[in-house]
Design a protein around this ligand. Structure first.
Ligand code: FUC
Length: 766
């Protein structure tokens, strides 16, 4: 078995980013405060983010003309008069104004290293995922310079430390800037600068950024907007940022964080940060190969781990296998979730927290017709349950605006949201874009995450605390669903995100009644509410109602190509290789399509994927990531693996950020979830070991993945077969474990572990 190497958990490079490319800088963060570390030689640029730096305040954007035209829009859709329906919808259902708020960069910290006149004789920069620390190391004229940067969740500051092995060598000029979009930078004696500004827009947030230098030796002074350090032995920069979104007095909040951090020695800040981070990160370890699987040069014992990350990525682009890069990518997804989604923060947005722009792509907000949900797919399976909590806070905040949207737009009870939301939990439609805008399913899908959290944690108190939220999301559909000509209960108006269909007449349409994804999401939501009310022993009347309505939802249907139908009718798709594969929601993340219990539907799901892929599907990072999860659920290890490779080869940037293009973080999270799904599944009432193990991962081991029912699982395999598994029970439920056609079932005691051999024979309880 291969010994672990320091590079297993490290991204590293032997040069600074090409022409200062942002996609080559390395991300650090504590959920709220983030930085991109460039590692430049003469200037270190740290591009800064704070998760609540958004333009503008809350607004009521519900279109006042919606409800009075709803009936007519429905009639037009059901009569097939699509052009008229779509025109009326754009006028009366679109948000007023059409767009929600957008996320922004916080600015940049520039550290000019004044004494660096010659080029270094060696240079390496990296990101250590085992400690969540970025570092740079190089030698100039025999002096070795190092930098370390991390963002502490314990101390709420970014810490950047510059050292040299010779005394008096560190001189720097520090500036903070934000293009033209800030008020001022003021001196914060004795050795700090404070940036003050406002994101703009009525009710928008105000922000403060404080940078303070702690120098060992040398002198420090403030001149104009500059912080200067001269001939120090070492310098620690502490950066704090806060906004009025959370703090009445962000200025003093920054001061108190910096003051408290400054009173701790650097080593203590670092130690506390690492301990806190490791309490989450170390729960899962993974190894997908043995050394003989991957030696590049057998004589020299050289493996891909010995190559810088950009060169490894290039090898994979050139067609090489590199299981170690896949496990690094897997752990990077977990690192990114820990760094962008901690309790008390906003959820990870389209870019996590890392965004350099004032008007980022798609506003870098929360796109909830796939992207935000995908961000949280690894949260439970990859043992980062706490990182899921920010999403739940946002869902709670969406209830009030969502109730208003339900009432004002549709005359319904409950709460609803469309395909986006923002910092203010806005629930009115976003954009005037027919394939996406008029889709009332956002809240419903998000609420499934609440039930998912319960399924993994078995935390009954949590379930009790969110039951009303799930119920309210379901209540909306009790009122909203209409009966179609076959007596089925369908959504109308809606869309199948974000596809377009063609009628036999050649006419194309987006708006429709009962797209498959909607029925599947509602089926899952009703099921979650029904199960929850049983578990909690409440609400029998509502439960009965949902049971009855669930029966009348359209079931997944098989269409003319043998595919799962995307719409209630078997329409032709205008773009058969579309990136959204919404009608396979029931396969993943849902569980209405199961390869053992519903083999015909599973076969149709396979055809659906093959058709999408044959027409160029999977061309965005997130779409490719979803495909990995689908193949994993279908037990197709080789096809899942092919798509993992394609995700790395075609949709991954040099810093391993996923590429839509441009950078969008969902492909990282969806990819991590997909790799976990290849190794362990638990959505079908049993814990399945190695359900989609590809040949390329001949021998390996994963520890600490989680399964529904309150289990934690370790799996080891060699020569492609299971050698050993440990199932740790947290809730004392019965464990039903499957490996291929072998199944075993045993009682468990909470807190105990159970070891199984390769034949699923119980060896011992621990
Ligand atoms: C959805 C997708 C796009 C993109 C955007 C943020 O609209 O269709 O591909 O990911 O969200």
């Amino acid at each position: 078995m291969r010994a672990t190497s320091a590079n297993d958990l490290r991204l590293w490079y032997t040069r600074p980013p090409h022409s200062g490319a942002w996609d080559e800088a390395l991300p650090i963060g504590n959920g709220r405060l983030g930085g991109m570390i460039f590692g430049g030689l003469r200037t270190e640029r740290v591009q800064l983010n704070e998760d609540s730096v958004w333009y503008g305040g809350p607004r009521d954007r519900n279109n006042p003309d919606a409800y009075s035209h709803l009936e007519q829009i429905r009639k037009l859709i059901l009569a097939g008069r699509l052009a008229e329906a779509e025109r009326l919808a754009t006028l009366t259902l679109s948000g007023t104004p059409e767009s929600q708020r957008h996320y922004q960069t916080l600015g940049d910290l520039y550290v000019s290293l004044d004494s660096h006149s010659s080029l270094p004789s060696s240079y390496v920069r990296g990101l250590d995922l085992s400690a969540a620390i970025a570092n740079v190391r190089y030698v100039i004229n025999g002096a070795e310079f190092t930098r370390e940067a991390f963002v502490s969740a314990v101390d709420q500051v970014m810490v950047i430390r510059f050292t040299c092995n010779k005394p008096g060598m560190i001189s720097m000029t520090v500036r903070i800037s934000r293009d033209r979009y800030y008020e001022c930078v003021v001196k914060e004696p004795p050795s700090g600068l404070m940036m003050k500004g406002h994101c703009g827009g009525e009710g928008g947030v105000g922000f403060r950024v404080l940078v303070s230098a702690l120098a060992q030796g040398g002198t420090t002074q403030l001149l104009g907007d500059n912080l200067l350090v001269d001939k120090a032995d070492a310098v620690t920069l502490l950066v704090a940022a806060a906004t009025t979104f959370r703090y009445a007095d962000p200025e003093n909040t920054c001061r108190s964080w910096v003051k408290a951090a400054a009173s701790k020695p650097y080593e203590e800040l670092r130690r506390d940060h690492i301990a806190d981070y490791r309490s989450l990160f170390d729960r899962v370890s993974i190894r997908l190969s043995d050394v003989h699987d991957l030696e590049l040069d057998a004589d020299k014992g050289c493996t891909p781990e010995d190559l810088p990350t950009d060169q490894r990525l290039q090898r994979v682009r050139d067609g090489a296998d590199d299981p170690g890069l896949i496990s690094l990518f897997f752990q990077y997804g977990r690192y990114l979730l820990i760094s962008s989604s901690r309790p008390g923060c906003l959820p990870a947005n389209l870019q996590g927290i890392w965004n350099k722009e004032f008007r980022p792509p798609w506003d870098s907000k929360f796109t909830i017709n796939i992207n935000t949900e995908m961000n949280y797919w690894p949260a439970e399976t990859c043992n980062l349950s706490e990182c899921h909590l920010p999403l739940f806070d946002l869902i709670e905040r969406m209830r009030e605006p969502g109730r208003r949207t339900a009432r004002v737009m549709y005359g319904c009870r409950g709460f609803t949201a469309h395909h986006n939301t923002d910092i203010w939990a806005d629930t009115a439609p976003q954009d005037i874009y027919l394939p996406a805008t008029y889709w009332p399913m956002g809240a419903a899908w998000l609420c499934l995450h609440l039930y998912e959290h319960y399924q993994f944690s078995q935390d009954r108190d949590f379930l009790a605390s969110v039951y009303e939220t799930m119920k309210e999301a379901a209540e909306f559909f009790v009122d909203f669903l209409i009966e179609d000509s076959e007596g089925r209960l369908v959504t109308c108006p809606s869309v199948s995100p974000e596809n377009t269909y063609r009628l036999p007449s050649g006419e194309t349409g987006r708006l429709c009644a009962g797209p498959s994804m909607d029925s599947q999401i509602i089926h899952a939501l009703f099921t979650a509410c029904i199960r929850s009310s049983e578990i909690l022993g409440t609400d029998e009347g509502f439960r009965e109602r949902l049971i009855e309505m669930r029966e009348r939802l359209p079931k997944p249907k098989i269409g003319r190509y043998g595919q799962i139908q995307e719409w209630a009718e078997d329409y032709e798709e205008v773009e058969p290789g579309h990136r959204h594969i919404s009608h396979l929601f029931a396969l993943y993340p849902g569980n209405q399509i199961l390869r053992r219990q519903t083999p015909e539907l599973a076969a149709a799901a396979k055809v659906t994927l093959q058709r999408r892929l044959a027409h160029g599907g999977g061309h965005t990072g997130w779409s490719r990531a979803w495909i990995i999860n689908f193949w994993a659920r279908l037990g197709e290890g080789e096809l899942a693996y092919e798509n993992v490779k394609a995700l790395l080869a075609k949709s991954t940037l040099p810093n391993l950020f996923s590429n839509h293009p441009p950078f969008q973080i969902d492909g990282n999270f969806g990819g991590t979830a997909g790799i976990a799904e290849m190794l362990l599944q638990s959505h079908a009432g049993e814990i399945e070991l190695l359900p989609a193990l590809p040949r390329a991962w001949r021998s390996g081991e994963v520890r600490g993945l989680r399964a529904r029912g309150g289990f934690e699982v370790d799996i080891a395999w060699s020569s492609g077969s299971l050698s050993r598994a440990v199932v740790r029970s947290r809730a004392g439920n019965i464990a039903r474990v499957r490996y291929g056609e072998l199944v075993c079932e045993f009682d468990t005691v909470a807190g105990c572990g159970y070891e199984l051999d390769g034949e699923l024979k119980l060896c011992c309880g621990q």
